[in-house]
Design a binder for this molecule. Structure first.
Ligand code: ZN
Length: 380
């Protein structure tokens, strides 16, 4: 899974796409038959999240290896039809099938995508010709977040349908279960960009969100390009989705089910948020799960699943909570990071904070509390 910097032999100021020769001018966009396709399952443009493992921010390394797709998800998936995506300076191995037009062939050795408007083409000649005429230097929509190097654009799927459709098609190359590509009007897209060559904002990741969600879903699909993973963009987008929920005055949550990697990303985020609250409590104090939800502004099911994953809930079952035995008197005989519930259960469920429980959990789970979203850079 090698991301090859195809402009590495040129000067930093050269436009990468000028390195390819002009042959044809035809560009491709979704056909009318494609536009009429309906989603086959799910209710959103995707549900999975192969992007973020939420590592600390690192300097960009264009030629570093991309992460591999989650192996556990590959068994049920159509064979990929694109071998490599050429996107700006990057040549990225595709992970999964994406429904690009059949006239492109059943196996596409290289798919060329304009790094500013996301139109896709068959060969470098088409891309070269396209770049002569393409005046786009940034995604459409409105900048809602901006630092010196990173921006988030808010894009309405109804106003910028083709861009969002092309974004979904490209994202599918790295998403296993995503099933919607064309019905984008009911969604908003939040695109994170890197500033490149002082003139362009390049899409490196995004998430989609239903404009109206009766279930208070704050995120439908999230993706970071493999070439730009491990830079904290997944975490930034998750934090942004919760910031949006906070401004809407709701307790938001991502659509379920999450993929294996998506779950990892969210549990990392949820763990840090929850433990931040728990470690601020006095020793030997207690808090209800309802209060924890209120403090963290996380949905109850997400709080419980995170506590369970951290090994802090041992007695959770689907519809009820079984009361745990009394806490051990000897802290050396039992891990000191288990929560115990008061009788009666389930409401209100009370968590006792045992000595050293929080510190132990933070250490063993490598919890980091660094926030990637800078409140001073929000432009709403
Ligand atoms: Zn373009």
């Amino acid at each position: 899974m090698l991301n090859k910097d195809i402009s590495s032999n040129k000067s930093d100021t050269a436009d990468p796409v000028s390195l390819v020769r002009s042959k044809q001018s035809k560009t491709e966009s979704p056909t009318s038959s494609q536009l009429s396709r309906k989603r086959t399952r799910g209710s959103s443009p995707g549900r999975v999240f192969p992007s973020s493992r939420l590592h600390e921010r690192q300097q960009p390394k264009p030629s570093t290896r991309a992460r591999s797709p989650p192996l556990s998800d590959t068994a049920m998936i159509r064979p990929r039809n694109v071998e490599k995506l050429v996107y700006g300076r990057y040549e990225i191995d595709a992970w999964y099938y994406s429904p690009y037009p059949s006239e492109f062939g059943t196996v596409i050795k290289r798919l060329y995508v304009c790094d500013t408007c996301l139109r896709y083409m068959k060969d470098d000649g088409q891309l070269s010709d396209h770049k002569v005429h393409c005046r786009k230097r940034k995604p459409p929509g409105t900048v809602v977040y901006a630092t010196d190097t990173v921006k988030i654009y808010e894009i309405d799927g109804r106003d910028h349908k083709m861009y969002c459709q092309n974004l979904c098609l490209m994202a599918k190359l790295f998403l296993d279960h995503k099933t919607l590509y064309y019905d984008v009007e009911g969604f908003k897209f939040y695109v994170v960009t890197e500033h490149e060559q002082k003139t362009k904002d390049i899409m490196v990741g995004y998430f989609s969100k239903e404009k109206i969600s009766y279930d208070n879903y704050n995120l439908a699909c999230i993706m970071t390009l493999p070439s730009h993973q491990r830079k904290g963009y997944g975490r930034l987008l998750i934090e942004w989705s919760y910031e949006m929920s906070r401004r809407e005055g709701i307790i938001g949550s991502p659509e379920k089910p999450l993929s294996t990697l998506g779950l990892l990303g969210y549990h990392s985020y949820w763990s840090s948020i929850i433990l931040e609250v728990l470690k601020s409590l006095p020793k030997s104090s207690q808090i209800t799960i309802a209060s924890l939800c209120q403090e963290t502004r996380l949905k109850e099911e997400d709080v419980i699943s995170t506590l369970s994953r951290l090994g802090l809930l041992r007695y959770w079952k689907q519809e009820h909570i079984q009361a745990a035995p009394s806490p051990p008197s000897n802290s050396h005989s039992n891990p000191a990071h288990t929560l115990f519930f008061d009788y009666p259960v389930p409401s209100p469920v009370v968590i006792h904070i045992e000595p050293n429980m929080i510190e132990h959990t933070i250490e063993t789970n490598h919890i980091r509390f660094t926030r990637h979203l800078d409140p001073n850079s929000i432009l709403l």
